[in-house]
Design a protein around this ligand. Structure first.
Ligand SMILES: [Fe+2]
Ligand SMILES: [Fe+2]
Length: 210
């Protein structure tokens, strides 16, 4: 679990990368940073129990997704230089750093008790999940939060953030949803790139192995 110094360092790293997002209005980043602070983004965990379940875990995860996404971009462009205009570095940074802002306001720290190995109750800190604030889903909630903050997003960035979970949070009974996901992947290579980076960060870099 990172200490305060490490948490602050990663927050600074996140901000420095976000400032490379090349928005038309540079102030977009300043306003968004204020909102991220207000939403609790910099203190939130990335999950309650699966990966990065600690203060600052969401920033740590977002940075991992960004690093992975930039690496994948390099490899893809080495093979497919024709995709360069469809995978601008700034869009890879924006979509990866901001894909999970929907998680900023759903975790609350609570203290619970559990028995230790000799049967004595001990307190431990964990998180409750509460979807009351803006209950809109996942990727779509991130997009809406960012747009409401006045942050400019390209269509590819919107698609990549919206569909970063691929089919994991999707009702496969909905033809419209499945059709939209497939079309988004066909239209924008950024969608597949962010999906892959998110999976690799969460499942390979962050999850405890059994
Ligand atoms: Fe997510
Ligand atoms: Fe994620």
């Amino acid at each position: 679990m990172p200490d305060k110094e490490q948490i602050n360092k990663e927050k600074e790293e996140f901000i420095a990368l976000l400032r490379q997002s090349e928005r038309e209005d540079e102030q977009d980043v300043d306003y968004l940073l204020e909102d991220l602070e207000e939403w609790g983004f910099f203190k939130a965990p990335a999950s309650r129990s699966k990966h990065n379940c600690f203060e600052g875990g969401l920033v740590h995860h977002s940075l991992n997704v960004c690093k992975m996404a930039l690496l994948i971009r390099e490899q893809v462009l080495a093979e497919r230089p024709d995709l360069e205009s469809l995978l601008p570095r700034s869009s890879v940074i924006v979509a990866s750093l901001l894909h999970d802002v929907c998680k900023s306001n759903i975790y609350q720290r609570v203290v619970r008790k559990q028995k230790n190995e000799v049967g004595i109750w001990e307190s431990y800190e964990t998180y409750n999940i509460d979807y009351t604030a803006l209950p809109l889903g996942h990727g779509e909630k991130s997009v809406i939060m960012l747009l409401r903050s006045g942050f400019e997003l390209t269509e590819d960035e919107i698609l990549a953030i919206r569909w970063h979970m691929a089919a994991w949070d999707l009702s496969l009974h909905s033809q419209e949803m499945v059709g939209s996901l497939n079309k988004a992947s066909e239209k924008s290579p950024l969608v597949s790139l962010i999906q892959a980076a998110d999976q690799m960060a969460a499942n390979l870099m962050e999850r405890k192995m059994m």
